[in-house]
Design a protein around this ligand. Structure first.
Ligand SMILES: C[S@@+](CC[C@H](N)C(=O)[O-])C[C@H]1O[C@@H](n2cnc3c(N)ncnc32)[C@H](O)[C@@H]1O
Length: 268
């Protein structure tokens, strides 16, 4: 890292990576942090309130190109650590986990246009089937059809309702199955794949020559996008042929890291 460089944490979360970047920056270095979730942004504001090298934005990372252009800077490094923070899963009350009974919301930010409840109860059969297919939910079309029948009697409004629907249809509540169903809806609500594609293109334009793009993803749908982007973008040289994955020791300390894959590219 360049101690006097400009860095972007596109998914600042609770500030773990941002702090690690700051430790490596001199007084002249700058860190631009993006965090879409309102509560998390407030937390970060407090955490970095005395930190003059940090600029925080309660914006989606799709806006990073616009922001850096306005600031008149190019970056030495841009980091994406995709997905959910432990706060969103455990503390937001927005229905991200099947382990709690909460309203079916799943918006990372209140600026997201959809909610999980809307997707499940108002999408047409075709739209819902597409959401499940894209999310690689087993028997996607039949499950969508099952939800459409079920919601006629009583709309789904809580995570418990969705867990019940999975149980009735698949005769199973295996964690992996519930995870893939919940994830498919969350991806749709937050337009995660579209946002990632847009942001990667923006990020490349914001890097200096030799600057690094680092992306940590947590499921194959995201990783496929990152892998293809690094391979196909003419302005980037991939530095990781295979993704970097956590060691056993890291997974032991932080089990949520088990599916993480990190890919790195360098701006040409
Ligand atoms: C895995 S967490 C990041 C954790 C962070 N690296 C840390 O050290 O605490 C992902 C974060 O990205 C945020 N996020 C997700 N999509 C975003 C987007 N489109 N724009 C900005 N932030 C986003 C989430 O709200 C969440 O806080």
């Amino acid at each position: 890292m360049e101690p006097e460089g400009v860095y972007v944490d596109a998914t600042a979360g609770l500030g773990g990576h941002s702090s690690a970047i700051l430790e490596r920056l001199s007084e002249k270095g700058r860190l631009y942090c993006f965090e879409w979730n309102e509560d998390t942004y407030e937390y970060l504001k407090e955490r970095f309130k005395n930190e003059k090298r940090v600029k925080l934005y309660n914006k989606s990372f799709v806006e990073l190109g616009q922001v850096l252009k306005t600031e008149g800077v190019l970056a030495d490094g841009i980091l994406f650590d995709l997905g959910l923070s432990s706060y969103l899963i455990e503390g937001s009350g927005r229905g991200f986990t099947f382990q709690k009974n909460e309203p079916l919301d799943m918006r990372m930010s209140l600026n997201a246009e959809l909610t999980a409840e809307f997707v499940l109860n108002r999408y047409t059969f075709k739209e819902l089937a597409e959401v499940f297919k894209r999310g690689e939910v087993p028997k996607a079309e039949k499950f969508a059809s099952f939800i459409c029948k079920k919601r006629k009697h009583k709309p789904l409004s809580t995570t418990k309702d969705l867990v019940e629907a999975v149980k009735e249809f698949y005769h199973s509540t295996k964690k992996d199955l519930l995870a893939v169903v919940f994830q498919s809806i969350r991806i749709e609500v937050n337009k995660e794949l579209e946002n990632l594609e847009t942001a990667l293109k923006e990020a490349v334009e914001c890097l200096k020559t030799g600057g690094r793009l680092v992306v940590i993803s947590f499921h194959s749908l995201e990783d496929r996008i990152v892998k293809r982007f690094l391979k196909e973008c003419e302005k980037i040289k991939p530095l990781t042929k295979k993704p970097i994955v956590p060691t056993k020791e890291e997974v032991r300390k932080n089990p949520r890291a088990r599916s993480a894959k990190m890919r790195v590219g360098e701006k040409l």
